[in-house]
Design a protein around this ligand. Structure first.
Ligand SMILES: [Zn+2]
Length: 372
């Protein structure tokens, strides 16, 4: 079965998924013990590709080059994503106003949802609407909170209209804003399940003083289908926080770090410095702090062992890293047929298969190590 899944024609995959999970949603699949691999990080990926600006980070590419957004969704599903996340992160009123495109807000949201719905239908995956930190919410400021509520409301209503299977609210650094997002999804989301993920910063206490484990438990008690952590932290500094969250909650937990080498001294990607310098890495030079594949593999394995059911990567995500989650979680991702086979490398591969001219002499020339 497994071999069949990996090698099968990708056109058959949706049918396999329908057979495995016939018309069941997020809540049912997680309740039945299934896990979901989820690709996030579209903003960073399209900045890397040259289709949106670092700084403002607004997903203009959705209307400028919708074909590329569709291709990105397909690529992530190929790599193992069980969810097509509509690219509406930062497609909220405040961000569009920032770049002078507030009038396009509904068009951007509906286009992103349409593309995501189509890809999800074609691939047998779930489609998620997406809201996030509003960049206007300020606690103890009723006017700001009201504005944030209105921004959530319109994006949630568009997600319902666009046929989302559930709604993700993400990257909240304050419990108050996360709870506001959940309340809005409950009020305007037409009964769709909510996934709420928090971004832990320098400590495990959110900026409004609520510990992350307590915050997750309260969100779960208030009706979130999945709670957990995304963005901000790298795998190394997210793991211990996840243990706290897991211990505090009863239901499914989400874990989607950024794939960067955060440390106890620099626990978030905002605090990382470029190696050998004191220059801030965020956001333009984060690639100098990229995790190795082995580090991602170790994180995915830890998550699986902890029973975390909703996993993936946020900013900095790439398909070759996401595929590792598919591998660890036993998902039938088509991209697994292209997993590394380094034994076939003519210099660094199997010594028995290639001439020592390459595997010994050339290798020594490339690595500076004497032939053994
Ligand atoms: Zn992120």
């Amino acid at each position: 079965m497994w071999t069949f899944c990996v090698q099968m024609d990708t056109r058959l995959r949706p049918w396999l998924k329908f057979w495995m999970y016939p018309s069941v949603g997020l809540v049912e699949r997680l309740r039945d013990g299934d896990s979901l691999v989820v690709a996030e990080g579209y903003i960073f990926e399209f900045e890397r590709k040259g289709y949106l600006k670092a700084g403002s980070f607004v997903p203009e590419v959705v209307v400028e080059h919708p074909e590329l957004v569709r291709a990105q969704h397909l690529e992530y599903v190929h790599a193992g994503s069980d969810v097509v996340l509509a690219f509406t992160y930062y497609a909220h009123r405040e961000k569009l106003r920032l770049i002078g495109r507030e009038d396009d807000i509904e068009a951007v949201n509906m286009k992103a949802l349409k593309i995501a719905r189509e890809v999800a239908d074609e691939t047998g995956t779930l489609m998620a609407g997406n809201i996030c930190n509003t960049t206007v919410y300020m606690r103890d400021n009723p006017e700001a909170i009201q504005k944030a509520r209105g921004m959530n409301k319109e994006q949630i209503e568009w997600a319902v209209k666009g046929g989302a299977d559930f709604i993700l609210g993400e990257t909240y650094m304050e419990f108050g804003e996360a709870m506001l997002a959940l309340e809005c999804i409950k009020e305007y989301g037409n009964g769709l399940p909510a996934v709420i993920t928090l971004s832990a910063s320098m400590t495990d206490v959110l900026h409004d003083g609520v510990p992350i484990d307590e915050a997750c438990r309260k969100l779960e008690d208030a009706g979130a289908a999945v709670v957990g952590l995304n963005c901000g932290r790298g795998p190394k500094t997210m793991l211990e926080s996840l243990r706290l969250v897991k211990a505090a909650c009863k239901g499914p937990i989400a874990a989607l770090p950024v794939p960067y080498r955060t440390t106890p001294e620099q626990p978030t990607f905002f605090s990382l410095t470029v190696p050998y310098t004191d220059k801030k890495a965020f956001p333009l030079d984060l690639q100098s702090c990229q995790c190795s594949r082995e580090e991602i593999y170790d994180f995915a394995t830890e998550c699986k062992n902890m029973g975390i059911q909703y996993v993936g990567l946020c900013c900095g995500n790439s398909s070759n890293l996401l595929r590792i989650f598919a591998e660890v979680y036993g998902k039938p991702a088509p991209a697994l047929q292209y997993s590394p086979e380094m034994e076939k490398h003519y210099i660094f591969g199997d010594k028995k298969k290639f001439n020592s001219y390459f595997t010994v002499t050339r290798k020594a020339g490339l690595t500076g190590k004497q032939p053994s």
